[in-house]
Write a protein that binds this ligand. Structure first.
Ligand code: ADP
Length: 514
């Protein structure tokens, strides 16, 4: 069957090229080295597979099917070796690795004896399918044992890791599932289960995804790289088809198709690279903007704080008793100045966030305590406006969670403060509860509400709903944007629900417990 030899050839070429590529990207790194070994084992397996498929007599079919097993023996061990470097747990798992190498060596010496493969017989439409020998099942046990254990380790790490590493592990895991699933379709026929090795071609995808995870780690770039890999993969398929052409006409036709595709692929990759360059430029411009906002805000903060200080001294009568007419306007100046300080602080937060300069320092904290403190603080404000402010605690105390206290405090404070700002009668109810592996804070008010239209962009920069522009002319629309960013840092969710105008609004914040 042509398709099986073809996919094997593609697997061989892909793993060979990617192995070399990853190795030369960083020759010294253990991750790159072990990956190259693994890719080489996959290459060895698939190239022998290819030769076995095209074998014309039982002797050479037997030889190549044994040689194929040789590659397969080392695939799981090299893979495990790679995974423990990748997850930084080499020292802990060293012994299991050594044990794996010993097993692999034993199987290695048995490969060219009849205990691994007895001989070849016709199965379905394969003329020379290998028959399992005495130790073949034991070999399979080792194969899947090491693979599944590696998966387990990675899955466990995936849940704990954050940032780039989290993304990398995700790609390796997805790749692994696809690849080994595909590769395993080979094993059924050995036991006379009539399932065809149709998943074979998926092995190449697997090696490609793992390579991507090692060399490139940013999500944006991963998309770009995937485009490139796809182009290269298709080019390989076309090339392989050309090589195995049976007549001159076929050779000419497939060859020109290959060349034509190479040309189109080249254009495609070039345009993708251009796009990256453009993006980089944009990033530089964006950084300059953030820098500007950051400096400007810093410069603004100092005089604003000075103004604040002097005005409070004036109000307190340090410079002589104020006349009755001056009291009220000065109070107004003071409040406006406070709002400006608020805005400048928020802008500063935002520019730091954008530049990735804000620190995230989670500690084990009680959400209930944070919320109670905030309510205590804002009570006076609510009372002054004739609003109630009540907290509904959960029946069972919530567990403490890892959060950055000052950031979560700022978010909740902002939302309750908004609720007071945008409510004329009634009040605000705050509920805390635990839903499956998350803690949820619900802040509902009986205020002015938010329409469907306004809700869409609410968490975006400088977004202000009708309520904001009418009721409070000096809000900025930055607060909720920063809030969303802060909650996202915690891998949480923030959203709002409202029945519409004058029906009140409810803000939800959800934070993962683990
Ligand atoms: P600011 O309140 O400073 O304008 P925010 O980002 O905190 O900035 O809020 C953005 C907008 O969302 C507000 O201008 C207002 O229109 C709307 N909003 C926020 N909270 C509420 C609420 N509880 N009820 C109605 N509208 C709200």
């Amino acid at each position: 069957m042509e398709i099986y030899s073809l996919t094997a050839l593609i697997n061989a070429i892909t793993s060979f090229v990617l192995g070399i590529f990853v190795y030369f990207k960083n020759k010294k790194a253990p991750i790159n080295k072990t990956f190259a070994l693994f890719a080489f084992a996959v290459f060895f397996w698939s190239f022998s597979y290819f030769l076995w498929q095209i074998a014309k007599d039982p002797q050479s079919a037997l030889f190549w099917s044994r040689s194929l097993i040789l590659g397969a023996i080392f695939i799981p061990i090299f893979y495990f070796h790679f995974v423990i470097y990748f997850l930084d747990i080499f020292e802990e798992k060293k012994r299991i690795l050594v044990f794996g190498y010993v097993l692999a060596l034993i199987f290695f010496f048995l490969t060219f004896t009849s205990s691994m493969i007895k001989g070849v017989t016709p199965k379905l439409f394969f003329p020379y399918w290998p028959e399992p020998g005495m130790v073949f099942s034991q070999f399979l046990l080792m194969f899947f044992g090491y693979i599944i254990y590696s998966w387990y380790l990675m899955f466990r790490a995936y849940e704990k890791l954050t940032g780039i590493k989290h993304e990398q592990v995700k790609y390796v895991l997805i790749g692994t599932f696809i690849g080994f699933f595909g590769g395993s379709t080979n094993y059924f026929l050995w036991y006379d289960i009539p399932i065809l090795p149709l998943g074979n071609g998926l092995v190449a995808v697997y090696v490609a995804l793992v390579a991507v995870a090692i060399v490139k780690y940013r999500l944006m770039n991963i998309r770009v790289i995937l485009t490139e890999s796809l182009v290269v993969l298709i080019a390989f398929i076309l090339l392989a088809e050309t090589i195995i052409s049976k007549s001159l006409l076929e050779l000419l036709f497939r060859g020109s198709l290959f060349l034509f595709f190479c040309f189109i692929g080249y254009l495609l990759i070039k345009s993708v690279l251009n796009e990256i360059k453009l993006r980089e430029k944009l990033e530089i411009a964006n950084n300059a903007k953030s820098e500007f906002v950051s400096i400007a805000s810093h410069q603004l903060r100092t005089p604003l704080t000075a103004v604040k200080g002097y005005i409070s001294l004036m109000i307190d009568g340090t410079y002589g008793k104020l006349s009755q007419e001056l009291q009220k306007p000065l109070q107004n100046v003071y409040e406006s100045n406070e709002k400006l300080i608020d805005l400048v602080n928020n802008l500063l937060n935002l520019s730091r966030l954008e530049a990735g300069k804000i620190e995230f320092s989670p500690t084990l904290s009680s959400l209930e305590k944070i919320v109670s403190d905030i309510i205590e603080e804002l009570k006076i404000n609510a009372d002054k406006n004739g609003l109630y402010l009540k907290l509904v605690k959960p029946k069972r105390a919530l567990p403490e969670i890892m959060i950055d206290q000052s950031k979560i405090r700022q978010v909740i404070l902002n939302i309750i403060d908004n609720a007071i700002k945008y409510t004329k009668d009634g009040g605000i109810t705050i509920k805390l509860r635990e839903t499956d592996s998350k803690e949820q804070i619900m802040i509902s008010d009986t205020g002015i509400g938010i329409s469907q239209d306004e809700m869409k962009g609410l968490f975006q920069m400088f977004s202000r709903a009708a309520a904001g522009t009418k009721l409070h002319t000096n809000g900025s629309g930055v607060g909720l944007h920063v809030a969303k960013k802060f909650i996202e840092m915690h891998r949480g969710r923030i959203w709002v629900e409202s029945e519409g105008k004058d029906k009140g609004s409810t803000f939800f914040i959800e934070l993962p417990i683990k």
